[in-house]
Write a protein that binds this ligand. Structure first.
Ligand SMILES: Nc1ncnc2c1ncn2[C@@H]1O[C@H](COP(=O)(O)OP(=O)(O)O)[C@@H](O)[C@H]1O
Ligand SMILES: [Mg+2]
Length: 292
């Protein structure tokens, strides 16, 4: 990092005053393959956490095919692209979703947004240091694939959740992603959600299949099973209505399953140590991004 690096002149990158600091647990949702349910898991997990009284921010980090805002029926005036370009401030970008969940929308269709430059990462840090609100959780919905940007978001988060479904391509992509996260980014722990399962055993079996290959070929990464979400037409209907299924059809099988997963997540402790705030997340994001 050069001496005139913006981080070093940013007064908020010094440790915050006692009391002003609030640790936030950052959870990145990823999966390798597209269409496995990452965005639906992210949105419903964030809304469930908010419903449980956790102050939650949902960030759409799928900069190529953003759709968190579409799933929530929100119409952003500004997006992450405007923020990075300096056309607006963070408070202009933040939207309020169901249960008061704060949403940072991304923008679809801007291919140049898909890979941020180190300078743009720095812009993001400075912007997030403006966020004065105390948060308990930040859920980050990532893009499909194993791009640098996806890896960097996962590496900067405290927890990575890999969404898989019972298709050969999903399992191989999830394995490839976990391998790169472990080998190149030093991740030693990954949570797994099995999505679109047809019966409760399928989720566990799918997890075990993935855990077996990871154990065999990547001894240094621990997999944790977070649960399964059933294949559910109510979820599709909720997508059509642009509402999260946990709000539109709270009694449906998928909503109940995601609520159970959120209950488990809500029990995770806030990160220990004095560096768990959102600013820290974004700083890690750029440091790793630049180093990568
Ligand atoms: N549990 C589920 N049951 C039924 N359909 C699902 C489920 N999860 C996802 N889907 C379907 O898959 C589509 C893609 O989901 P999405 O969350 O956008 O995936 P990703 O973000 O991984 O690309 C959804 O629009 C929905 O139609
Ligand atoms: Mg998505």
């Amino acid at each position: 990092m050069s001496p005139d690096h913006p981080l070093q002149t940013n007064p908020r990158s010094t440790p915050p005053l006692p009391g002003a600091f609030h640790p936030v647990r950052v959870v990145a949702v990823t999966g390798g393959k597209g269409g496995v349910g990452k965005t639906n898991v992210s949105v419903n997990l964030a809304v469930s956490l908010a419903e449980m009284g956790k102050r939650t921010l949902l960030m759409d980090a799928d900069l190529g095919l953003a759709n968190v805002d579409v799933l929530l029926g929100l119409s952003p005036k500004f997006t992450l692209a405007d923020l990075i370009a300096g056309r607006c401030g963070l408070e202009d970008v933040l939207l309020e979703g169901p249960e008061g969940v704060l949403v940072v929308p991304a923008s679809s269709g801007f291919r140049h947004m898909a890979e941020l430059t180190p300078a743009e990462h720095v812009g993001l840090v400075n912007v997030f240091s403006e966020l004065q609100r105390a948060l308990d959780f930040m859920v980050v919905d990532t893009a499909a694939g194993i791009s640098d940007s996806v890896l960097t978001f996962c590496q900067a988060a405290q927890d990575t959740v890999v969404v898989v479904c019972d298709e050969p391509a999903s399992i191989t992509d999830a394995y490839a992603l976990i391998k790169v996260l472990a080998r190149e980014r030093g991740l030693d722990r990954v949570h797994v959600i099995a999505n679109m399962v047809r019966d409760p055993n399928e989720g566990r079996k799918l997890y075990e299949k993935l855990a077996r290959v990871c154990e065999r070929f990547l001894g240094d990464v621990a997999l944790h099973y977070l649960g399964a979400v059933p294949q559910d037409d109510w979820l599709r209907r909720a997508v059509q209505r642009q509402q999260p299924v946990v709000k539109a059809y709270p009694g449906s099988p998928s909503a109940r399953a995601i609520t159970d997963i959120a209950r488990t997540t809500a029990r995770w402790q806030p990160p220990v140590g004095a560096r768990g705030n959102v600013e820290f997340f974004v700083e890690r994001l750029i440091q790793r991004g630049v180093a990568a």
